[in-house]
Design a protein around this ligand. Structure first.
Ligand SMILES: Nc1nc2c(c(=O)[nH]1)N[C@H]1C(S)=C(S)[C@@H](COP(=O)(O)O)O[C@H]1N2
Ligand SMILES: [Mo]
Length: 324
């Protein structure tokens, strides 16, 4: 008997349902949860709904920066349907199918706090912030520590622009970033054994490196909630957990931040978390990865293929555990 094994990233409904029906069913679910809005709004594909109710929707799409390209291993971007329905966002559940639960995320009003070693601490409204940043699109690879990967067009701005806006003083050595904390909105945050809120950090050198990107959109539209609206980090040479979602706070510090995963399991997840196929996770190999939607595993590359860009950042740090 032929048994079709379902791979982790295959969405069962998609196997069985034509896309138009599938999209309408998703609208229906969304309409039901939002009340009686369907009567007024009719059936609109959910993908456009994400874009339409975002106050920055008029900004997208933005011009692609041609510097960042994909490679022969998987030359095409991941299909949007996969990248927006297979996610890690523990605030909404510790599994991959959180995209519906994440629609509970309220993304307005949204303020971003900038504090610590900066000339002047400030609180900025997300729309004011996004509208004054130099927006561009970048095709980036993304390698999750769990050995799946994707390649997506993020929209956003270089993190350096945010650091310049923050005006750190010379005491600032690290940037500590924090996700929202609201267990009423995000049911995953009721899992008290995790150290909420989600925290991540970079050195100032990493944060101002040209590859460090603050993403505000995806596939030419405002960021879907499940992918970390309204702004998230994208540091493609590091394991995916460094790319913190739905950020509310940037603190400039002189102390290395302890991240969510380091706090949870320091023997498995560290501060640097640079991708390296030769350094195994304690429980699995990192030599290969499975692109979302792909049939075959492909070899993982050092620094996720961004070695030429970032190797210099680490030349004087060879004693550090750079790859966990
Ligand atoms: N706040 C927050 N940020 C997060 C996570 C999370 O659970 N919470 N998961 C991380 C992990 S492990 C990965 S692989 C990426 C996944 O991003 P994606 O869902 O857009 O693919 O987000 C990262 N950022
Ligand atoms: Mo991940």
């Amino acid at each position: 008997m032929l048994i079709k094994r379902r791979r982790g990233w295959e969405i069962p409904e998609r196997d069985a349902t034509p896309e138009s029906v599938y999209l309408r069913r998703r609208d229906l679910l969304k309409g039901l949860s939002a009340g009686a809005t369907m009567l007024a709004g009719g059936l609109m594909p959910l993908r456009s709904a994400w874009a339409n109710d975002d106050p920055t929707a008029d900004l997208y799409p933005v011009t692609r920066n041609p510097t960042y390209t994909l490679d022969d291993r998987f030359p095409e971007p991941t299909p949007e349907e996969l990248a927006t329905t297979y996610n890690n966002f523990y605030e909404f559940g510790s599994h991959k199918q959180i995209w519906q639960a994440a629609q509970a995320l309220e993304i307005r009003p949204w303020t971003v706090i900038i504090e610590g070693y900066v000339e002047e601490a400030k609180t900025v409204d997300i729309d004011d912030l996004i509208r004054q940043m130099p927006l561009e699109e970048r095709l980036y690879r993304h390698r999750c520590v769990e050995a799946w990967s994707m390649a997506v067009p993020w929209s956003g701005f270089p993190m350096k622009a945010l650091v310049d806006f923050a005006k750190p003083t010379s005491s600032a050595k690290y940037v500590r970033m924090e996700t929202f904390h609201d267990a009423d909105m995000a049911s995953g945050q009721r899992q008290f054994w995790y150290p909420w809120p989600y925290v991540e950090g970079l050195t100032i050198e990493e944060a101002t490196h040209e590859l460090a990107f603050i993403a505000t959109g995806l596939y030419g539209k405002p960021m879907p909630k499940q992918n970390g609206a309204p702004l998230r980090l994208a540091v493609p040479w590091k394991y995916g957990f460094k790319s913190i979602k739905s950020i509310v706070r940037f603190a400039f510090t002189d102390e290395r931040p302890i991240s969510f995963w380091e706090e949870t399991q320091a023997s498995e997840y560290g501060f640097w978390a640079n991708v390296n196929p030769e350094v195994s996770h304690p429980r699995w190999s990192q030599a290969m990865e499975k692109p979302l939607g792909g049939e075959e595993k492909i070899p993982t590359l050092l620094y996720n293929g961004y070695e030429e860009f970032v190797a210099d950042l680490y030349k004087d740090l060879q004693d550090e555990p750079l790859f966990m």
